[in-house]
Structure formats: structure tokens, C-alpha cells
Design a protein around this ligand. Structure first.
Ligand SMILES: *Cc1c(COP(=O)(O)O)cnc(C)c1O
Length: 362
């Protein structure tokens, strides 16, 4: 198997489009006649600035980012935003609303509590984050500086199927694990952000799409590297940006465009998720962890009747070329992350494997 690529169901870092990897491979020592690798270039050089600007433009086009919004390419991962968001935004009223529907929104909530008065606007902890609270269940603070939520819960396998209505309170959304998988009306948001390593590029890049008027109200002790205003003014180049990862994002976006852009991707990912959920629902052995109306199209969480049988499934699947299917310890069982770059064929073959395992072990 060593010369063959496996179907990698990792939650992140995860699969990248083969065409993007091959292109990067072909260009690794000499980027388009420059005589050097993108890894070796000055971030201020003409050749890199072109990569940088084109990648920004591609993302703006694909996500239909309106005027008045800035696209930032930052570091410190999605987790860095857990601090950066309150540091920059909470100053207006000292208060913010958080919906906790999984592991990462809970971490964001705890981090934000260092900087202001945080209202728990909703929580799905009562049913181990197997569902998403409805609009009616949100307890909104009209004084909130912003409303925070995480669109897709990577660990629990649930996804918000609606955009919260919060009136004049800006929406801030962690889209790390579903960005570019479905159409998003960016104009409804104050900030959209995502770590790159699920659906965009290798780890090391955090994409932030911010309504520009939200910047410039940071708390006085905000580190300069975490100041949106500074990063907007310096076009993400206050210091050295993650050059290689930005280049890789550009290659992924080229691939995405060939798939029909975001609407094309949305159709493909819907088909893949439906195929997998249908197969699990039709089995005798497997049950899904997430409640049906809230199931994620990106992270499919499921289990058999016992942890022992789960282990057997994960082991046998790996032997057959389906790797990284073990679930997160908070949920147990299995998790198949089927991000954009997972080919439909990978899901089809996994379904064949699931059907055979179901027959042999029921
Ligand atoms: C992976 C993930 C994170 C954490 O990302 P880092 O880049 O490791 O900080 C945060 N939120 C969501 C939804 C994720 O899937």
C-alpha cells in the first residue's frame, strides 16, 4: 500500500485535492521560472505578492465576499481567534453572546470570559452536543457586542442548518470545518473565520473575513499581532505571513473552481453525505451519534453496538485503505470526515465496506 494513496478520513489536517498536491510537487524547487521554491521567497517579493493577491481575489470571488469586507491571512490557528475576537470586539459594550454547541465553541466561550461578560446564549451540552438549538431557544442579550457560534461541530458531527437572527448584533462564526462546502451570504456576518487544515490548505493559516468597520475598537492591551486593525492596514503583512500555506490555498481554490465553485461543491458534498448516512441508516449494526435534523455533511459520527466492535471496525477499515476513522474520545465510536477533497469514490467504497462489515457482524 505504501505507493498508493489511502482514503484519509482524518478530521484535520485532512486530505487535499490531488491536483493541488501534484502541482505543488511539480513546482517545489522552481516556482514558474523564479528559480526558487515558494518556501524560499521573500514575502515582499513581486513573485510572492502576486500569489498572495491572486489567492485573496480567488477567495473573494468564490465566496462572493462583498465590498467593505477584508480577507486576512493570519497565523495562530482557529484557536488564536478565540482570543482575538473578544480582544477586538468586546470593547463596545463589554458583553457578548456565545452559543456553545461543541468542543471548540466551548473553548472559545471560556477564552472570551477573560475579557468581558459572556452570556451563554445557548448550549447543547444537555444532550452531549447531539443537536443544534433553534432560533427560539437562543437567549439573546441586546447589549451584546457580538454573537458567536461555530457553524459545524467537527467533533460531534452536527451543523447549524440556519443562520441565527440577531438584529443589529454582528454575527461571528467559526467555519473551520465547513467553509467552502456550502454557499454563505457573507453580508450577514461581522466575522467569518476558519483554520485552513480542514477544507482549504495545510495547517498554519487562518483565514479571517471581517467587516472592516468592526476593527479599531480593540482593548488597550491587545497584542499588536492580534489587532485586526493593524492586520487590515498592513494587508496581513505586519510580519511574515504563512507564505507556503497561502500558496497551497490558491492551488486548492483553483481545484474548487473546476468543481463548479462553491455551488458545485455544495452539490457534491450533499451527495457524499447523503450516500453515507443512507448506508448507515439502512444497516442493522450502525447508529449515528448526531440527531437526524442536525447531522453534519462534513463530519459523520457513528457507532456499532459496542466499543469492542467499533475497534474492530476501525482496524479492519484501516487494513482496507480507509484510515483515521476512530471517533474523538468525547463521542466514541467512529467519525468519517468527508471534507471537500474526499472524492465521492472514497465514500462509495467506504459504504461498500460498511455494508460488508454489517453483514459479517450483525
Ligand atoms: C479544528 C478546529 C478548530 C481548531 O483549529 P486550530 O487551527 O487547531 O486552532 C477550531 N474550530 C473548529 C470548528 C475546528 O474544526
Amino acid at each position: 500500500m505504501s505507493d498508493q494513496r489511502v482514503y484519509n478520513f482524518s478530521a484535520g489536517p485532512s486530505m487535499l485535492p490531488l491536483s493541488a498536491l501534484e502541482r505543488a510537487g511539480a513546482e517545489i524547487t522552481n516556482y514558474r521560472g523564479s528559480g526558487m521554491s515558494v518556501m524560499e521567497m521573500s514575502h515582499r517579493s513581486k513573485v510572492f505578492l502576486q500569489i498572495f493577491e491572486e489567492t485573496q481575489e480567488k477567495l473573494r470571488r468564490l465566496m462572493e465576499v462583498p465590498e467593505g469586507y477584508k480577507i486576512l491571512f493570519l497565523q495562530t490557528g482557529a484557536t488564536g481567534q478565540f482570543a482575538m475576537i473578544p480582544l477586538n470586539l468586546i470593547g463596545r459594550t463589554g458583553r457578548a453572546d456565545y452559543a456553545v454547541t461543541g468542543n471548540f465553541s466551548n473553548l472559545a466561550y471560556k477564552e472570551a470570559a477573560k475579557y468581558g461578560q459572556i452570556n451563554l446564549a445557548a448550549s447543547s451540552a444537555d444532550r452531549n452536543h447531539t443537536y443544534i438549538p433553534s432560533q427560539e431557544q437562543l437567549k439573546l442579550d441586546p447589549q451584546a457586542s457580538y454573537f458567536y457560534y461555530c457553524a459545524n461541530n467537527t467533533i460531534y458531527g452536527t451543523e447549524w442548518q440556519y443562520v441565527p437572527e440577531t438584529g443589529d448584533v454582528p454575527l461571528v462564526c467559526d467555519m473551520s470545518s465547513d467553509i467552502l462546502s456550502r454557499r454563505v451570504d457573507v453580508s450577514k456576518y461581522g466575522i467569518i473565520y476558519a483554520g485552513a487544515q480542514k477544507n482549504m490548505a495545510p495547517a498554519g493559516l487562518t483565514v479571517v473575513i471581517i467587516r472592516e468597520d468592526l476593527a479599531g475598537h480593540e482593548l488597550p492591551y491587545t497584542p499588536v499581532i492580534m489587532n485586526y486593525k493593524t492586520m487590515i492596514e498592513k494587508d496581513s503583512m505586519y510580519n511574515t505571513p504563512p507564505c507556503w500555506t497561502i500558496y497551497m490555498l490558491g492551488l486548492t481554490l483553483d481545484w474548487l473552481e473546476e468543481q463548479g465553485g462553491v455551488p458545485g461543491m455544495e452539490k457534491i458534498k450533499h451527495g457524499k453525505a447523503r450516500m453515507l448516512y443512507d448506508c448507515l441508516d439502512a444497516s442493522a449494526l450502525f447508529t449515528c451519534a448526531a440527531e437526524k435534523p442536525f447531522r453534519s455533511d462534513m463530519n459523520v459520527t457513528f457507532r456499532t453496538r459496542s466499543p469492542e466492535l467499533d475497534d474492530k471496525f476501525v482496524k479492519e477499515a484501516a487494513g482496507a485503505g480507509f484510515v483515521n476513522l476512530k471517533g474523538h474520545r468525547n463521542v466514541g465510536g467512529m467519525r468519517a470526515s468527508i471534507y471537500n477533497a474526499m472524492p465521492a469514490e472514497g465514500v462509495e467504497k467506504l459504504c461498500d465496506f460498511i455494508r460488508a462489515f454489517d453483514k459479517a457482524n450483525r
